[in-house]
Design a protein around this ligand. Structure first.
Ligand SMILES: NC(=O)C1=CN([C@@H]2O[C@H](COP(=O)(O)OP(=O)(O)OC[C@H]3O[C@@H](n4cnc5c(N)ncnc54)[C@H](OP(=O)(O)O)[C@@H]3O)[C@@H](O)[C@H]2O)[C@@H](O)CC1
Ligand SMILES: Nc1ncnc2c1ncn2[C@@H]1O[C@H](COP(=O)(O)OP(=O)(O)O)[C@@H](O)[C@H]1O
Ligand SMILES: [Mg+2]
Length: 292
C-alpha cells in the first residue's frame, strides 16, 4: 500500500538560518552551469537556511550571477572545466560544516570524478543525495553501492537506473516498483525512481507520487528535485520522508507551472517560481489534516 504524505518540516518561530540547515551541492562543469544553479535556487526555495554550491572555479561567475542568495565555493578544475581530483581536499573541509549534501547536477564524467563520488559515498557521514552524473559514477563501480556510511538517496531517471542495475529502460518501465524496492532493500538506500508516477522507497515502505505532469519532461527539472530533497534533509527530515515530500512538492510545483505556462510552454526555471505556491497549498493541506 502506498504510504501517506509525510508532514511538512517544522519551522519554529524563533528559528534562524542555522536551524534550517546548511546544505552543500556539488556539481557543475563548463557548459552545464545551469544544472547546479537550478539545484541551488530550489534548495533555497524549499526552506534551507544556507545553501553552498561547490563548483569548478571557471564557472563560478556564471553561477554566482544567477542568484545572489546562495554561496559559491570554487574548487580546482580539470582541463575540461570539471571538478578535479584536487577538489577533494576542499570538499572534505566543507562537508563537516554541513547538515546535508547533494552531488551530481552538471558534474560531467571522468575517472577522477568516479573517485571523488566513491570517496563521498563511502565516507561522508551526513545524509546525501546522489543524482545525474554522480549516479553514472556509481554505475561504473557498482561494487560499492552497499558500502556507505550515512543515509543515501539516489534519484535516477529510468536511463540512469538502467545503467545502475545493468538493464534496459524498457525492462525498468515494465517493472518500476519491484525493481526500485529490490534495489533499495539490497543496498539499504532510498531510491527515487523518477518519471510519471515517481517511486520513492526504502525497500520496505513505498510511495508512488501522484503530482507532476509531462510538461516536466524538459531539461533541468530533475536538478530542481535534487535541490529540494537536499534542502528537506538539511531541515532534519528523515531521509525517506524528505524524498517522499520532496517528490510531491516538486510535482505540485510542476503542475502549477503547467497551469501558468502550459505543459508545452513551461521550462524548468518556472518551477523555481511556483515552489512557494506549492508550499502554500501543502501548508493548507497539512493544517487541515492536523485539525481533522
Ligand atoms: N541546464 C543544464 O546544465 C542541464 C544539465 N543537465 C546535465 O546533463 C547531464 C546528462 O544528464 P541527462 O539526464 O540529460 O542524460 P542521460 O543520463 O544520458 O539521460 C538521458 C537518457 O535517459 C532516458 N530517460 C530519461 N528520462 C526518462 C524517462 N522519464 N523515461 C524513460 N527514459 C528516460 C533517455 O531515454 P531516451 O532519450 O533514449 O528515450 C536517455 O536514454 C547531467 O550531468 C545533468 O545534470 C541536465 O540536468 C539538463 C539541464
Ligand atoms: N511525464 C511525466 N510525468 C511526471 N513527471 C515527469 C514526467 N516526465 C518527467 N518528469 C519528471 O521530471 C524530472 C526529470 O528529471 P531528469 O530526467 O533528471 O531531468 P534533468 O536531468 O534534465 O534535470 C523528474 O522528476 C521526473 O519525474
Ligand atoms: Mg537529471
Amino acid at each position: 500500500m502506498s504510504q501517506p504524505l509525510p508532514s511538512l518540516p517544522t519551522r519554529p518561530s524563533d528559528g534562524h538560518k542555522g536551524t534550517f540547515g546548511r546544505v552543500l551541492i556539488i556539481g557543475g562543469s563548463t557548459g552545464m552551469s545551469g544544472a547546479i544553479s537550478l539545484s541551488g535556487v530550489s534548495a533555497l526555495r524549499s526552506g534551507a537556511g544556507l545553501v553552498s554550491l561547490a563548483l569548478p572555479e571557471p564557472i563560478l561567475p556564471i553561477v554566482a550571477s544567477y542568484e545572489p542568495s546562495y554561496l559559491c565555493i570554487p574548487v580546482p578544475p580539470d582541463l575540461n572545466g570539471r571538478v578535479s581530483l584536487e577538489a577533494q581536499v576542499v570538499l572534505d573541509e566543507s562537508i563537516p560544516k554541513m547538515d546535508a549534501a547533494a552531488i551530481g547536477p552538471g558534474l560531467g564524467r571522468s575517472e577522477n570524478l568516479n573517485r571523488i563520488v566513491a570517496h563521498l559515498y563511502q565516507n561522508a557521514k551526513l545524509p546525501m543525495v546522489f543524482d545525474a552524473d554522480a549516479l553514472n559514477a556509481l554505475a561504473d563501480q557498482k561494487e560499492i553501492l552497499s558500502q556507505h556510511t550515512g543515509p543515501r538517496i539516489l534519484t535516477p531517471h529510468p536511463g540512469e537506473f538502467a545503467r545502475l542495475i545493468g538493464s534496459e529502460i524498457s525492462h525498468i518501465q515494465k517493472h518500476r516498483e519491484s525493481l526500485a524496492v529490490e534495489f533499495a532493500a539490497r543496498h539499504e538506500v532510498i531510491l527515487v525512481l523518477k518519471g510519471a508516477g515517481t517511486i520513492v522507497t526504502d525497500g520496505k515502505r513505498t510511495r508512488v507520487n501522484e503530482t507532476g505532469n509531462a510538461g516536466m519532461g524538459t531539461g533541468g527539472t530533475g536538478d530542481i528535485l535534487t535541490g529540494i530533497i537536499a534542502s528537506l534533509l538539511g531541515q532534519k527530515m528523515l531521509p525517506l520522508e524528505a524524498a517522499q515530500l520532496g517528490a510531491y512538492l516538486h510535482g505540485l510545483a510542476g503542475d502549477l507551472a503547467a497551469e501558468e505556462f502550459t505543459q508545452r510552454g513551461m521550462i524548468a526555471s518556472d518551477l523555481l517560481k511556483t515552489i512557494p505556491d506549492a508550499w502554500r497549498i501543502m501548508q493548507a493541506e497539512d493544517t487541515a489534516n492536523l485539525t481533522r
